[in-house]
Ligand binder design. Structure first.
Ligand code: ZN
Ligand code: MN
Length: 133
Protein backbone atom coordinates (compact mmCIF):
# COMPACT_ATOMS: atom_id res chain seq x y z
CA UNK A 1 0.00 0.00 0.00
CA UNK A 2 3.05 2.27 0.44
CA UNK A 3 3.41 2.58 -3.29
CA UNK A 4 -0.08 4.05 -3.59
CA UNK A 5 0.67 6.63 -0.96
CA UNK A 6 3.83 7.49 -2.85
CA UNK A 7 1.92 8.20 -6.05
CA UNK A 8 -0.30 10.57 -4.10
CA UNK A 9 -3.45 8.48 -4.07
CA UNK A 10 -5.68 9.35 -1.15
CA UNK A 11 -6.46 6.08 0.56
CA UNK A 12 -10.09 6.13 1.59
CA UNK A 13 -11.55 2.86 2.94
CA UNK A 14 -13.40 2.41 -0.36
CA UNK A 15 -10.24 2.84 -2.39
CA UNK A 16 -8.41 0.44 -0.10
CA UNK A 17 -11.09 -2.17 -0.75
CA UNK A 18 -10.65 -1.72 -4.51
CA UNK A 19 -6.86 -2.03 -4.19
CA UNK A 20 -7.22 -5.13 -2.05
CA UNK A 21 -9.54 -6.69 -4.60
CA UNK A 22 -7.01 -6.02 -7.35
CA UNK A 23 -3.92 -7.10 -5.44
CA UNK A 24 -2.66 -10.33 -7.03
CA UNK A 25 -5.92 -10.72 -8.97
CA UNK A 26 -5.34 -12.62 -12.23
CA UNK A 27 -8.98 -12.72 -13.41
CA UNK A 28 -8.72 -9.48 -15.42
CA UNK A 29 -11.91 -8.02 -13.92
CA UNK A 30 -14.04 -5.32 -15.51
CA UNK A 31 -15.05 -2.21 -13.57
CA UNK A 32 -18.49 -3.85 -13.16
CA UNK A 33 -16.94 -6.98 -11.63
CA UNK A 34 -14.97 -4.90 -9.15
CA UNK A 35 -17.98 -2.76 -8.31
CA UNK A 36 -20.32 -5.68 -7.63
CA UNK A 37 -17.78 -7.27 -5.29
CA UNK A 38 -16.62 -4.20 -3.37
CA UNK A 39 -20.21 -2.96 -3.04
CA UNK A 40 -20.93 -5.88 -0.72
CA UNK A 41 -18.57 -4.32 1.80
CA UNK A 42 -19.46 -0.69 1.05
CA UNK A 43 -23.12 -0.62 -0.01
CA UNK A 44 -23.11 3.17 -0.44
CA UNK A 45 -20.23 3.17 -2.87
CA UNK A 46 -21.02 4.37 -6.37
CA UNK A 47 -19.88 2.88 -9.65
CA UNK A 48 -18.24 6.24 -10.43
CA UNK A 49 -15.93 5.84 -7.42
CA UNK A 50 -14.75 2.49 -8.74
CA UNK A 51 -14.34 3.76 -12.27
CA UNK A 52 -12.52 6.94 -11.23
CA UNK A 53 -10.16 5.00 -8.99
CA UNK A 54 -9.34 2.63 -11.85
CA UNK A 55 -8.74 5.56 -14.18
CA UNK A 56 -6.42 7.21 -11.65
CA UNK A 57 -4.46 3.99 -11.20
CA UNK A 58 -4.22 3.52 -14.95
CA UNK A 59 -3.00 7.06 -15.59
CA UNK A 60 -0.31 6.57 -12.97
CA UNK A 61 0.81 3.31 -14.50
CA UNK A 62 -0.31 1.11 -11.59
CA UNK A 63 -2.72 -1.05 -13.60
CA UNK A 64 -3.16 -1.94 -17.25
CA UNK A 65 -6.34 -1.43 -19.19
CA UNK A 66 -7.04 -4.29 -21.59
CA UNK A 67 -9.23 -3.77 -24.63
CA UNK A 68 -9.10 -7.44 -25.67
CA UNK A 69 -12.77 -7.92 -24.63
CA UNK A 70 -14.87 -5.84 -27.05
CA UNK A 71 -17.80 -5.77 -24.61
CA UNK A 72 -16.07 -4.08 -21.69
CA UNK A 73 -12.68 -2.82 -20.65
CA UNK A 74 -10.80 -5.16 -18.36
CA UNK A 75 -8.11 -4.31 -15.85
CA UNK A 76 -4.87 -6.04 -14.97
CA UNK A 77 -2.83 -5.26 -11.85
CA UNK A 78 0.10 -7.14 -13.39
CA UNK A 79 1.90 -4.30 -15.15
CA UNK A 80 4.85 -6.37 -16.36
CA UNK A 81 4.82 -6.98 -20.12
CA UNK A 82 2.86 -10.14 -20.92
CA UNK A 83 0.34 -11.42 -23.45
CA UNK A 84 -3.25 -12.62 -23.21
CA UNK A 85 -5.57 -15.35 -24.36
CA UNK A 86 -9.34 -14.75 -24.39
CA UNK A 87 -12.18 -17.25 -24.60
CA UNK A 88 -14.60 -16.04 -27.26
CA UNK A 89 -17.56 -17.60 -25.44
CA UNK A 90 -17.19 -16.82 -21.73
CA UNK A 91 -14.64 -13.97 -22.09
CA UNK A 92 -12.24 -15.49 -19.60
CA UNK A 93 -8.83 -13.88 -20.05
CA UNK A 94 -5.68 -15.73 -19.04
CA UNK A 95 -2.05 -14.64 -19.04
CA UNK A 96 0.46 -15.88 -21.56
CA UNK A 97 3.84 -15.33 -19.94
CA UNK A 98 5.95 -15.96 -23.00
CA UNK A 99 8.06 -13.61 -25.04
CA UNK A 100 7.55 -13.73 -28.76
CA UNK A 101 10.27 -12.44 -31.00
CA UNK A 102 8.43 -10.74 -33.79
CA UNK A 103 10.63 -8.99 -36.30
CA UNK A 104 9.61 -5.50 -37.24
CA UNK A 105 10.46 -4.45 -40.80
CA UNK A 106 13.56 -2.23 -41.02
CA UNK A 107 11.50 0.30 -42.89
CA UNK A 108 9.21 0.76 -39.87
CA UNK A 109 12.09 0.86 -37.41
CA UNK A 110 13.63 3.82 -39.21
CA UNK A 111 10.78 6.09 -38.34
CA UNK A 112 9.56 4.59 -35.09
CA UNK A 113 11.01 3.58 -31.73
CA UNK A 114 9.14 0.43 -30.80
CA UNK A 115 8.80 0.26 -27.02
CA UNK A 116 6.68 -2.84 -26.55
CA UNK A 117 3.99 -5.09 -27.87
CA UNK A 118 0.95 -6.98 -26.70
CA UNK A 119 -0.29 -10.12 -28.38
CA UNK A 120 -3.93 -11.23 -28.08
CA UNK A 121 -4.88 -14.84 -28.71
CA UNK A 122 -8.50 -15.87 -29.29
CA UNK A 123 -9.99 -19.26 -28.67
CA UNK A 124 -12.39 -21.44 -26.71
CA UNK A 125 -11.48 -22.40 -23.13
CA UNK A 126 -11.65 -25.93 -21.73
CA UNK A 127 -14.77 -25.25 -19.68
CA UNK A 128 -16.68 -23.94 -22.69
CA UNK A 129 -15.48 -26.81 -24.86
CA UNK A 130 -16.81 -29.31 -22.32
CA UNK A 131 -20.04 -27.37 -21.86
CA UNK A 132 -20.45 -27.86 -25.58
CA UNK A 133 -22.93 -26.18 -27.87
ZN1 ZN B 1 -14.82 -20.06 -22.04
MN1 MN C 1 -2.71 -10.28 -17.55
Amino acid sequence: MERYREIGLKLTPQRLAILEYLDGNTSHPSAEDIYSCVKKKFPTMSFATVYNTLETLRKRGQILELTIDPDRKRYDPNIHPHNHLICLRCKTIVDVDLDFEIPIPDEARKSFDVLGNHIEFYGICDKCKKGGE
